[in-house]
Write a protein that binds this ligand. Structure first.
Ligand code: GLP
Length: 243
């Protein structure tokens, strides 16, 4: 389950190969995608791999984990913009194939329900990529979130707002809420890959390594998933015992 790689690039290559083989095996695969700095090298490598091999993505469907509430559509720090920049535009993936929760929906509860239904209609996701927040959140499922929740609106914790404010001019611009896929949908994916890189993730990864499934460490539920990979670079694994 836990595997250590020598660099973020090595992990990026492996995750990219996993996405490639998932799509090769099932061209209509439903991919659960994540945002965040950890995913940047992953998507960069995948874009290169698809361009070099000519992998056909025309039948693929994608579902992102989360989106901020309250940012104007297309805001440079929206997760929509992140995905256009790092994956969808370079690979010419049509908008109709991609899904992100809409943080500007008139009735957010309806938006959440519909997001869950769309994922369920496809029989769940074939693979779900995850990063991890410093408090152990996956998507934006903050500590304390029940493990059986589907897509929902979340109040972001101060820790998450501080962490993610690095992408905004200052903390006041950082949204206070988001829509996130729930742990129920994440856990129903056929395969889950959580990636953590960098020394700043080492305490979180030690906590995750030691934790029993506990809603206060949201990622800990992944330990009960039948097909999960938790991939770390040596820096993120710095506080783990030798594995
Ligand atoms: C955000 C996202 C998470 C992501 C986390 C870590 O909070 N909602 O999905 O895993 O950031 O981001 P980074 O990879 O930049 O450390």
């Amino acid at each position: 389950m836990f595997k250590i790689f020598s660099s973020p690039e090595d992990i990026a290559k492996k995750v990219s190969e996993l996405l490639y083989s998932t799509i090769k095996q099932k061209p209509s695969a439903a991919l659960g995608l994540a945002t965040g700095s950890t995913m940047e090298p992953v998507y960069a490598y995948f874009v290169k791999q698809v361009q070099e091999t000519g992998l056909d993505l025309s039948q693929v469907t994608t579902f992102n984990l989360d989106e901020y509430i309250g940012l104007p559509f297309g805001h440079p720090q929206s997760y929509w913009a992140f995905m256009q920049q790092h994956l969808f535009e370079p690979l010419n993936i049509a908008q109709a194939q991609t899904h992100l929760p809409c943080g500007n929906a008139k009735v957010l509860t309806d938006e959440c329900e519909q997001y869950t239904q769309k994922i369920q209609a496809l029989g769940g996701l074939d693979i779900q990529l995850l990063g991890i927040g410093s408090n152990g959140h996956i998507g934006f499922n903050e500590p304390g979130t029940p493990f059986d929740r589907c897509t929902h609106v979340v109040d972001l914790t101060e820790e998450t707002r501080l962490d993610n404010s690095r992408f905004f001019n200052d903390l006041s611009e950082m949204p206070t809420q988001a829509v996130t896929m729930g742990i129920a949908e994440i856990m129903s994916a056929k395969e889950v890959v959580l990636v953590a890189t960098g020394l700043h993730k080492s305490k979180t990864m030690r906590h995750l390594y030691e934790s029993e499934p506990d809603p206060n460490m949201p990622a800990s539920i992944l330990k009960t998933h039948p097909n999960v990979k938790i991939w770390l670079d040596t820096e993120a694994a710095a506080l783990l015992p030798k594995i």
